[in-house]
Structure formats: structure tokens, C-alpha cells
Design a protein around this ligand. Structure first.
Ligand SMILES: Cc1ncc(COP(=O)(O)O)c(C=O)c1O
Length: 367
């Protein structure tokens, strides 16, 4: 007799590996492995979540009108062009499901966010990886990777785990060079953190194109990673397709309530951004002074490259940090085996990382 087997291609998917949260043998650890905000969510979001917990037996608003309205107000958008997701991860899957047929190609960059590949394969598509230049998205490499089977391009701007970005002019050049039947997905999960004059998340490009969709998340600066809320802003055709394939209640009620309160608390967001800006610079300066290469970054994390000589490997550093109860994110699965990603934490957590890295790099010196 036959046996159940997943559809062709599913077994070829490498499951997503989340940042670790525990160190064996330790009760507590400092988790700086998943780019979560160290300041937590707005207290108003927590209150809204708890209030919404009073009605857990009731299905949530399947069209999440008030949440879309709050997002639209915040960014001056048309609420009808917004679709929410169970985290932005779900939106990548929905986009792939709606726009990729069997054998269609979706381009992602060399060190791009892992979920693009998974979403592509899960939809029956073929992930196509293109080179980055200097750990940064390379528009020419993407354009050179386009074939007549290409239907989607995913870029994270800024990218995770590299922390680098491309200016909006480059994003526009990419869009202008793509055939009109290719969906350009701009993943702007870390947009709020970027303090650069030449950066834009892509709102205007979405508004003025028919093939660009931007995704955002409540998991990072808003501190609601556990609740799983993301949103996409796109042209009518894309929004309509996403609304057809998504689950009818794909964002929970308490999550919607918390997200509305979070996006309205602009002061809390400003505080988180200011904290990040301050520490991104301090961490970069002090860690590079230790002889560790710090890739210039604009989000809430830093990619650290270890020298690899004299025992100073990323693997050894990771073990050393863990022995101090510090969990960072080794990036071997992102083809960066000599690197570790560090999320900006609270002042004392950052100081603990700097102290541990200093001890690690000092070990055996002069031996
Ligand atoms: C670039 C990028 N996009 C999307 C996500 C996923 O966010 P969400 O929690 O909204 O699914 C992450 C999370 O790590 C990310 O780094």
C-alpha cells in the first residue's frame, strides 16, 4: 500500500533555526539572539492585551479594521491597501503561495533572511540565491539573476543578519530594472531603527508601483514578538490576492489590541530608537577596539566577525559567551561561519557582552 508523503520539494526545506534562549546548566541567561527590543513593549500595549483577554472566547475581527486604521493613520496610508499577518513571516508565505507556481523562481540574496527560502520552497517555487557585495544587497547581482521564470524578489532592507542597507535610490533602480510581472517584496522589519537620510522603507515606491509590496512587523521596535503581528502594504492586486489566501482570523484579538496601542505610543518607539542609536555606536566602537570586525549596521543588531586565528573563532567566542550566560546568534546557517550576531540589549547587558568579549580576546594574548 502507499504511504503519505509531502508534496515534492517539502523535504528539501531546511527548517528555520530560531535564536537560542537557554544555556545548559544555567538558570538565567541574557538573550541577545533574536533582535528583540530590550525595552519591551509600550505599557499601553500590555494593558490593551490584558483588557482584550477578557473576551478570549470570541473570534477576533477578521478584517482587523481598527488595526489597519491605526497603521494607516500612523503612516498616512490607505487602510484598504494593508493586510495583516501572523508575524511578517506569514506574509512571506502568503505572498509565495499567491504568486509562485511550481518551478517559478524567487530571488533572495546570499545572506538574506532565512524565511524567504522556506516560503518559496513551501509554495513549490525555486529559491535562487544571488551574491551580495560587501555583505550588502547588490542590485546588479539581483537583476542579473532574473530569468523568464522569476516571479518574486525578496530583499530585507536593512538585512538580517548583516545589518546593512541599501539607499532608496538603489531600491528604485531595482524596481525599475525588474520585469513588471515580478513581485518585489521589501521587508522593512527594522525600518524604525534606521537613521540615514538616504533610507526609506518604501512606502512611496509601493504607492507608485504595481509590483512592489512592503512588509513590516510589530516584533521588533514595538516589542510584541510573542504576539505575532506583521503587516503588508501593497497595490490592490497584491492585497486582494493576500486576502484571498490568508486564514480568516490570522491575527488574534489580544494581539490586534496590543498592536494598536503600540503603534499609537510614538513616545515609546522614540525611546527604543534613541536607546538603540546610542548603544549601536558604543558597542561598535568598543567591540572593534578589541580586534573584532564590526560590520557597519543600521538596525538593532551588529554582525561581529572574529579573526579566526590564535583560537579566536566565532565558535570559541560563542562557547565563551555562553559560559558567561550570554546568548548571541552564531550565523553559520547564514553562510557566515566566522561571525556572530549581537542584538543591542540594555546598558548592563551590553556592558556584560563587551566585558566577556574583552576577556575572550585577551585570553592567550602574548602566548
Ligand atoms: C529581516 C526580517 N524579516 C522578518 C522577520 C520576522 O518578523 P516577524 O516576527 O514579524 O515574523 C525577521 C525576524 O527576525 C527579520 O529579521
Amino acid at each position: 500500500m502507499g504511504e503519505v508523503t509531502p508534496r515534492e520539494g517539502i523535504e528539501g526545506i531546511t527548517p528555520y533555526k530560531a535564536g537560542e534562549s537557554k544555556v545548559a546548566g544555567r538558570e538565567t541567561a541574557i538573550k541577545l539572539s533574536a533582535n528583540e527590543t530590550p525595552l519591551g513593549p509600550s505599557p499601553k500595549a500590555r494593558e490593551a492585551f490584558l483588557a482584550a483577554a477578557e473576551t478570549m472566547e470570541i473570534y477576533p475581527d477578521g478584517g482587523y479594521g481598527p488595526l489597519r486604521a491605526a497603521i494607516a493613520r500612523r503612516f498616512g496610508l490607505d487602510a484598504n491597501r494593508i493586510v495583516c499577518g501572523n508575524g511578517s513571516d506569514e506574509l512571506f508565505h502568503l505572498l509565495a503561495q499567491a504568486f509562485l507556481g511550481k518551478g517559478d523562481e524567487a530571488i533572495h540574496t546570499e545572506h538574506g533572511f532565512a524565511v524567504y527560502r522556506i516560503a518559496t520552497q513551501a509554495a513549490g517555487g525555486v529559491p535562487v540565491e544571488v551574491k551580495e557585495t560587501g555583505l550588502t544587497t547588490d542590485v546588479d547581482a539581483i537583476l542579473a539573476g532574473v530569468t523568464d521564470r522569476t516571479r518574486m524578489v525578496f530583499i530585507a532592507n536593512p538585512n538580517n543578519p548583516t545589518g546593512t542597507y541599501i539607499p532608496i535610490d538603489e531600491v528604485k533602480r531595482l524596481q525599475a530594472g525588474l520585469p513588471g510581472n515580478v513581485v518585489l517584496v521589501l521587508d522593512a522589519a527594522y525600518a524604525e531603527y534606521v537613521q540615514r537620510n538616504d533610507y526609506e522603507a518604501g512606502l512611496e515606491l509601493v504607492a507608485t508601483s504595481s509590483n512592489v509590496v512592503m512588509t513590516r512587523t510589530f516584533s521588533k521596535v514595538h516589542g510584541l514578538a510573542a504576539l505575532r503581528v506583521g503587516w503588508a502594504y501593497g497595490p490592490e492586486t497584491i492585497v486582494d490576492a493576500l486576502n484571498r489566501v490568508r486564514g480568516p482570523f490570522n491575527v488574534g484579538g489580544p494581539a490586534q489590541a496590543a498592536a494598536i496601542a503600540a503603534i499609537e505610543d510614538t513616545q515609546h518607539v522614540a525611546k527604543a530608537v534613541a536607546h538603540n542609536e546610542e548603544w549601536l555606536e558604543i558597542l561598535a566602537t568598543r567591540i572593534s577596539a578589541l580586534g573584532i570586525e564590526v560590520i557597519p549596521a543600521v538596525a538593532n543588531f551588529l554582525l561581529l566577525r572574529f579573526p579566526g586565528t590564535d583560537g579566536k573563532t566565532a565558535e570559541a567566542a560563542d562557547a565563551f559567551l555562553k559560559s558567561r550566560g550570554l546568548i548571541l546568534r552564531p550565523t553559520g546557517s547564514y553562510k557566515l561561519p566566522d561571525c556572530i550576531r549581537l542584538t543591542v540589549g540594555l546598558a548592563e547587558q551590553n556592558e556584560a557582552v563587551i566585558a566577556a568579549l574583552s576577556d575572550f580576546m585577551g585570553q592567550g594574548a602574548g602566548a
